[in-house]
Write a new protein. Structure first.
Length: 228
C-alpha cells in the first residue's frame, strides 16, 4: 500500500494543510474511482426519514453507544460542556451563539447539540426493559424522537456526525465553517474572528482569455508568501 505509506509520512512531517493537499493529490490520481463521489456529497432534505419503531431497546442502545461513544465519555454535568446556546436571530434569520448561563435565551435554543441530546435519551432508556420497542419508549418520551431518527440514520453514515461538543465553551464556529466551505472548493481562509471566516473563491484562476496561453494547472495550489 504505497499511497498509505506516503500519507502516513505526511502525518509526521507536514502541517494539516500539507496533509490535506497530499490527500487531494492522491485522490486526483484515481479519477475513475472518485469522480462520481461528488454527486453523493449532498442530502435530499425532502426525503422522509421514518423511525424504525419496531427496534428493541437493546438494539437501539447498542447503536446509540456506537455512534455517540465519544459523547458517553464527556462530563455533561460540567457547565463548560454546555455553555453555549444556538438560536436564530429574529432580524436576519441567521444562526447566532449565546451563553446559556448569562443570557435568557434557552427558550429559543435550536436542536444543534445532538451529542448532549443523545446522552439525555440514553439515560432515559436505562429505565426501560431491554426487550421493549423503541416505539413504546417514544410514546412516553416524544422529546427524543429527533435523536432516535438521527441515531438510526447516522449509524449507517460513519462521517455524518461532528464528534465534539457543539455547545461547549471551547467550540469555535469557524471550524465548522471551514469544513463546510471546503466542500465548495474554498481556499485561502481568512478568519476575521472566532465566529466567522472570510474566503476567496478561485483566487489566482486564469481568466477566459488566458486559458490557451497561461500556465493553468497549478493556480489552485497555495504558494509560499502568497497574499490572502
Amino acid at each position: 500500500m504505497p499511497w498509505n505509506e506516503l500519507y502516513r509520512w505526511t502525518e509526521d512531517h507536514l502541517s494539516i494543510e500539507g496533509q490535506e493537499q497530499t490527500v487531494a493529490l492522491l485522490i486526483d490520481a484515481h479519477g475513475a474511482l472518485t469522480d462520481d463521489l461528488a454527486m453523493t456529497m449532498s442530502a435530499d432534505e425532502g426525503l422522509g426519514r421514518p423511525i424504525d419503531g419496531a427496534m428493541t431497546i437493546t438494539t437501539f442502545k447498542r447503536l446509540l453507544a456506537d455512534v455517540y461513544a465519544f459523547a458517553l465519555a464527556i462530563d455533561w454535568a460540567d457547565q463548560k460542556a454546555v455553555d453555549r446556546v444556538w438560536y436564530v436571530s429574529a432580524e436576519k434569520l441567521e444562526p447566532r451563539l449565546g451563553q446559556r448561563f448569562e443570557e435568557d435565551i434557552v427558550a429559543f435554543e435550536e436542536p444543534l447539540a445532538p451529542a448532549c441530546d443523545a446522552i439525555e435519551m440514553y439515560e432515559d432508556l436505562q429505565q426501560w426493559p431491554e426487550n421493549q420497542t423503541l416505539a413504546a419508549f417514544l410514546l412516553e418520551h416524544p422529546e427524543h424522537r429527533h435523536i432516535a431518527r438521527r441515531v438510526q440514520l447516522t449509524s449507517r453514515l460513519p462521517y455524518a456526525e461532528i464528534r465534539d461538543k457543539t455547545i461547549g465553551n471551547a467550540m469555535l464556529p469557524k471550524d465548522f465553517l471551514r469544513c463546510k466551505l471546503a466542500f465548495f472548493g474554498a481556499t485561502r481562509f481568512d478568519p476575521k474572528s472566532d465566529r466567522w471566516v472570510r474566503i476567496n473563491m478561485f483566487q489566482g484562476a486564469p481568466f477566459f482569455d488566458e486559458l490557451q496561453s497561461a500556465v493553468t494547472d497549478d493556480w489552485m495550489y497555495l504558494t509560499h508568501g502568497a497574499a490572502p
